[in-house]
Ligand binder design. Structure first.
Ligand code: IPE
Ligand code: IPE
Ligand code: MG
Length: 271
């Protein structure tokens, strides 16, 4: 981070909505979002799908602002999957150019956001990858929100690359195969510092995860909302986090029943 960068607070909500105060023990550490429904949003309005992606970018910025306002530490956004190459070239170009435009416009540039890209190397336009690398270098010392943008991201691809990295490390004698456990494996993921996902939210009505963060989200609370992505704003993030706060997470442990009320102590009978 350049020494002269002055960090700004996020712009306030257009309708004046104020962030809720969330108790520390009800706050997720990592929220991951499948931003789905852009195409249908556009089609319902008689617009090309590219307009849905453009509107979706406004919603994505809202999430960053809303996340900063409540003090969320990690936000991961699914913007383009390894399967999305099946779409027609025009739509793919519109999505990738939109991401590039957003990076250039720099609406989050001076916020306390550490930004990075997660995805499969080698297929995205090189200048887009370079633009992400530049942002990553520029923002790496920031301590507020870590924003990971998943672009040409696939969970199976990520796990496969981790397996390959582990195999290389074993071949080099740096890892003993018999000692590989979950911790050692996770160290070979492309972003080993990414914490487990606490809350995985998908808009657009589909109830699936579509190859998003299978390693990190094994114990995530799942939250599905029916509306398309371009219709959400930061208040929807706050609502998702409030819902998370009401969930009871057990991680496999047996939770004791609420302890029975103790009967009022009877005055002891005289001996
Ligand atoms: C999500 O919206 C954005 C991407 C997958 C890139 P969609 O484009 O999938 O929108 P729908 O699901 O077709 O409405
Ligand atoms: C998931 O949405 C990928 C992103 C939001 C980037 P899709 O629209 O591609 O997922 P499917 O096809 O409904 O599973
Ligand atoms: Mg979709």
């Amino acid at each position: 981070m350049a020494a002269d960068t002055v960090l700004r607070p996020p712009p306030p909500h257009s309708g004046g909505a104020r962030p809720p105060r969330i108790a520390a023990d009800r706050m997720p550490r990592h929220v991951a979002i499948v931003m789905d429904g852009n195409g249908r949003w556009a089609q319902q309005r008689g617009l090309p799908r590219s307009e849905g992606h453009r509107a979706g970018s406004v919603a994505a910025h809202e999430m960053v602002y809303g996340a900063l306002e409540i003090g969320l530490r990690h936000l991961t956004l699914y913007a383009f999957s390894t399967e999305n190459w099946k779409r027609d070239t025009g739509e793919i170009t519109a999505i990738l150019e939109g991401v590039r435009r957003d990076l250039d416009a720099g609406r989050i540039r001076d916020l306390d956001v550490r930004q990075r890209w997660s995805g499969r190397p080698g297929r995205l336009p090189e200048e887009l990858v370079q633009a992400f690398a530049h942002e990553e270098r520029r923002t790496r010392a920031r301590t507020g929100l870590t924003l990971t943008v998943c672009l040409d991201y696939g969970g199976r691809d990520e796990i496969t690359r981790a397996a390959a990295a582990l195999a290389r490390a074993a071949q080099a004698g740096d890892v003993v195969p018999d000692l590989v456990d979950e911790v050692v494996f996770a160290r070979h993921l492309p972003h080993p510092d990414m914490p487990d996902v606490d809350l995985l939210w998908r808009t657009g009505g589909e109830q699936r995860t579509s190859n998003f963060l299978p390693w990190q989200a094994t114990y995530a609370e799942l939250y599905f909302t029916p509306g398309p992505w371009p219709d959400v704003d930061r208040r929807d993030l706050w609502q998702a986090v409030a819902e998370y706060g009401r969930r009871r997470r057990r991680h496999g442990a047996a939770v004791p029943l609420a302890s029975p009320r103790k009967p009022p102590t009877a005055p002891s009978a005289p001996l």
